[in-house]
Design a protein around this ligand. Structure first.
Ligand SMILES: C[S@@+](CC[C@H](N)C(=O)[O-])C[C@H]1O[C@@H](n2cnc3c(N)ncnc32)[C@H](O)[C@@H]1O
Length: 214
């Protein structure tokens, strides 16, 4: 399912991109990924309580964490992880734990977090399956994983086509198969996954882990 052009490790790219990232990402959300992002944020709002322990993996400049804190979530129960030091530096205002690390080797014990989020990062790693297995590993039984990613969905118009082309040309990501990601998640210990409908070349997935480990 991930048999597309191999991606090189692009974490270093985000160190260089950090000063411009928010502006570029806002453009992506406005023209292509906005519905998927809104679906992800709605899921997190429904699932999280102030005390929920949350890992935002591939946190970037901390957009998701800031909006959750503004709504009452405790920053002390959040962990922000990213391999790009320059992106993490832009999270300095967020009083959450920050970890320099990678999706493919999360530096946490099994079953650590109530909720794991990963927005627009799964498609940037060379091996998304390894990243998925790590994300699922750190979700505690009864917890959930929420994903938003660039997905191989029908292109709606010029804006979708241009955004898609720009991303492919930069070589910073790829368009994953939503059905394939769903299938892969369900291979992991007690997980059930479903896609939240949205338009655009993007997908949002909610994966819940059964309370009792199977
Ligand atoms: C498109 S940005 C998304 C940032 C943020 N989640 C957001 O919604 O704005 C991709 C992020 O993934 C990070 N990243 C790249 N390779 C990674 C890896 N192997 N493990 C974890 N994060 C990675 C980048 O540094 C960058 O911050």
């Amino acid at each position: 399912m991930f048999a597309q052009t191999p991606l090189q490790d692009r974490a270093g790219h985000y160190d260089r991109l950090a000063p411009y990232y928010d502006r570029l990402h806002h453009r992506w959300l406005r023209h292509a990924g906005g519905e998927a992002q809104a679906a992800l944020e709605a899921l997190v709002r429904v699932l999280a309580t102030p005390q929920t322990t949350l890992l935002d993996a591939g946190c970037g400049t901390g957009h998701l964490a800031r909006s959750l804190i503004a709504e009452g979530m405790l920053p002390q129960s959040m962990t922000l992880l990213d391999p790009a030091a320059a992106m993490l530096a832009l999270c300095a205002d967020i009083p959450a734990e920050k970890v320099n690390g990678r999706l493919e080797a999360l530096p946490f014990q099994d079953d650590t977090f109530d909720l794991v989020t990963c927005a627009w990062a799964l498609e940037t790693v060379p091996d998304p399956f390894v990243a998925l297995s790590e994300l699922c590993r750190v979700v505690r039984p009864g917890g959930a994983l929420c994903l938003a990613f660039c997905a191989d969905r029908p292109v709606r118009g010029v804006a979708d086509r241009l955004m898609r082309q720009a991303l492919l040309c930069r070589g910073t990501g790829r368009f994953l198969s939503c059905a394939g990601v769903l299938r892969d998640i369900e291979r992991f210990d007690g997980f059930e996954a479903r896609a939240i409908p949205s338009h655009g070349p993007a997908a949002t997935i909610l994966a819940r882990r059964a309370a009792n480990k199977t």
